[in-house]
Design a protein around this ligand. Structure first.
Ligand SMILES: Nc1ncnc2c1ncn2[C@@H]1O[C@H](COP(=O)(O)OP(=O)(O)OP(=O)(O)O)[C@@H](O)[C@H]1O
Ligand SMILES: [Mg+2]
Length: 256
């Protein structure tokens, strides 16, 4: 982990084109995935803590997904800033209630639907100070959205690589590395041994005091349990970030 953060400081992140070619089922899934995931239901037993938003509510909360609400864009879609009432979660006027970050999946992304579902099912259950909080989701016809707590300082990637940004002091970098390690350790120590599988600076989000939280659980999976010390898996992650030995072998992940 420490290696990753300091290594990332000296190497440029993958280009947008490389990011878009994030390997995993992003490569080859047929349209069947899309149909299957569109019809798949959220596991409500694990999403009890989550609010099911209507598409209209999220449209209102983001001023119709207006470009001046845009916080950023990733491989699966855009992230918008929105406002909701802290008690009722109804959309509220900008400047009132609480700020949230709303990720809107591109409707044509079949892998996006699959990862959306994984994210809801994992983050709907997991709560830790170093994991970003998922507040709710929207699943209405082909629309898939996720509503998160707003992280005012955005992603670590922006602080490391954006032109003209103020460099983060080394003690803050150390704190971020420790926060991320805590988040991963929490996942690895759960009964399900959750493996995160998408470790990169853009998935590390920062609050107003530079406390760091992991985001994006779409590629997470349950790890080995009991006497099974290995799990077989197809190789997933983002080019340029995954460990070379994992990319080369593609079969075994182990937690020791
Ligand atoms: N909860 C949040 N609070 C504030 N900003 C956020 C939040 N979530 C995402 N963002 C912003 O939106 C940007 C895009 O995030 P997203 O997770 O969609 O893509 P990414 O991580 O950059 O790329 P990839 O699709 O490869 O994971 C982030 O870099 C960040 O600046
Ligand atoms: Mg991300």
């Amino acid at each position: 982990m420490f290696f990753s953060v300091f290594h990332l400081e000296r190497t440029m992140p993958p280009s947008k084109a490389q990011k878009d070619s994030t390997f995993s089922s992003r490569q080859t899934q047929s349209e069947n995935w899309s149909k299957a995931y569109l019809s798949s239901k959220v596991d409500t037993s694990s999403s009890n803590n989550l609010k099911a938003f209507s598409f209209n509510d999220l449209k209102t909360a983001t001023k119709n997904f207006r470009s001046d609400s845009l916080l950023g864009e990733g491989g699966f879609g855009c992230v918008f800033k929105g406002w909701i009432d802290e008690n009722t979660f109804a959309p509220s006027k900008p400047g009132t209630g609480v700020v949230v970050a709303i990720k809107k999946l591109k409707t044509e992304s079949s892998q996006g639907h699959r990862e959306w579902l994984t994210e809801v099912n994992y983050l709907g259950e997991l709560r830790h100070e170093n994991l970003v909080k998922l507040i709710g989701y929207c699943s209405e016809s082909e629309n898939r959205l996720l509503v998160y707590e707003f992280m005012p300082k955005g992603s670590l990637e922006n602080h490391l690589f954006r032109k003209g940004v103020q460099p983060i002091p080394w003690n803050t970098r150390m704190r971020i590395a420790v926060d991320v390690a805590r988040g991963l350790s929490f996942l690895h120590n759960l009964d399900a041994n959750i493996i995160y599988r998408d470790m990169k600076a853009s998935n590390i989000l920062l609050d107003s005091d530079f406390n760091a939280k992991l985001s994006d659980f779409g590629l997470a999976r349950a790890g080995p349990t009991g006497d099974n010390t290995h799990v077989s898996t197809r190789v997933v992650g983002t080019r340029g970030y995954a460990a070379p030995e994992y990319v080369a072998t593609g079969f075994d992940l182990s937690i020791t």
